[in-house]
Design a protein around this ligand. Sequence first.
Ligand code: ATP
Length: 449
Amino acid sequence: KRQKKSIAGQLRDRLPEDILGILTLAGKLADEDGFEVFAVGGFVRDILLRQPNFDIDLVAEGDGIAFAYKLAGVLGGRVKAHHKFKTAVIILPNGQRIDVATARLEYYEYPAALPVVELSSIKMDLYRRDFTINALAVHLNPGRFGLLEDFFGAQRDIKDKIIRVLHSLSFVEDPTRILRAIRFEQRFEFRIGGQTERLIRNAVQMTFFQKLSGTRIFHELRLIFDERNALRCLRRMDSFALLTHIHPNLTLDDKLIKYLEELESVRNWYRLLYEEPAAQSWIVYLLGLCGHLPPEELVQIAGNLGFTERQRHDFLALRERTGQALGKLINWSQSGEPLSGLYFILHELPVEGVLLLMAKSTRDQVKKAISVYLTRLRHIKLEIGGADLRIIGLEPGPAYGRILREVLAARIDGKAECRGDQLALAESLAGHIPDIKTKKPQNTATPPS
Ligand code: ATP
């Protein structure tokens, strides 16, 4: 029997103290109850790849739910159990999540003449997974802590940088794995293996992918759009003729690719500045891909991808509003108006729309101005408000909005930086508005005589 490799050293070197503590505790508790527990999946893959990933995924060769309660009890977390699937999620007070699954023993009928194949239940569990690199398990029980279970050659595939399925029916069983293969390939700069690539082409040709529900495709697409290099995934999808499942007319030509490159660098720039989910990447990319199509085709896309009513509304409305804003933006950039003009154009849009316009702008000067809007202008607040207008004796009414808007414009253009200047400007503006009386607030409760 082959020697199992230990990655105990890598676990100790590459994991934060608290995560390592959780793994050690899990092994100890399982051992007390006489079963094996493993860390599995992307968590193990990412340790070998030296990628940060602190989403702990455990599989117990015992009652996973009971185990989750025990572990959560010691760690002070709460448990959400799914009895139907014998899985649970532990949520710790600091927000850390631990997924726990039960390695299901399943009995397969074999022809009587064949010898019974003995499979450990962890092996059965790993065999259902998508790719070899995601099908690693590491022992956590004391004495075996850190020993790697690699039934399918994952270590070799990681070394050779290959995405490979575990068996030839994998994409038939679950065609969403086609998009997952592309996503992992592009994320890690791996290559989908030759046989696996043939299986993908087959599955596409045999219309397995086409039979997926729009909702499932959309779920995987969203994960792709969240990748740093989503565009490379889209190009790979195009090479498998998969973009047509978003919409039949969708292909990537040079012009669209150039725009999407710009969009990706704008999105990644924004993501570096602000924590996710500050902007929803799916709507940015889908409008980047399809924004040029006529509205009725966008309605079709919303249907093809099984959008919820809300998603459909956001998608169509954003397309409409960025279209209008683009016209105003062009006028603004040609008119030599100050930054406040840009502010009022962009302020009406959600940040996703602003990112689309920033990518669309071919003039560096306009792009720069939009970046100033995103990083600075949109956060500007006036030092005065409605209450101040009342104190200086203005009648409350629609003019308040107009005055404050003008003061804000001046503030953005650097003309009324402090509170005193803003108050003075508000007063002088009030003097120029004919329908507003400047008078001391008075008691209106007395009935007319
Ligand atoms: P990511 O870094 O994107 O979160 P991950 O590998 O952790 O990647 P998850 O989607 O969280 O991905 O899935 C966890 C594990 O479950 C995977 O590592 C894989 O083993 C398994 N898995 C997920 N989706 C599938 C699927 N469609 N078919 C088979 N196995 C899957």
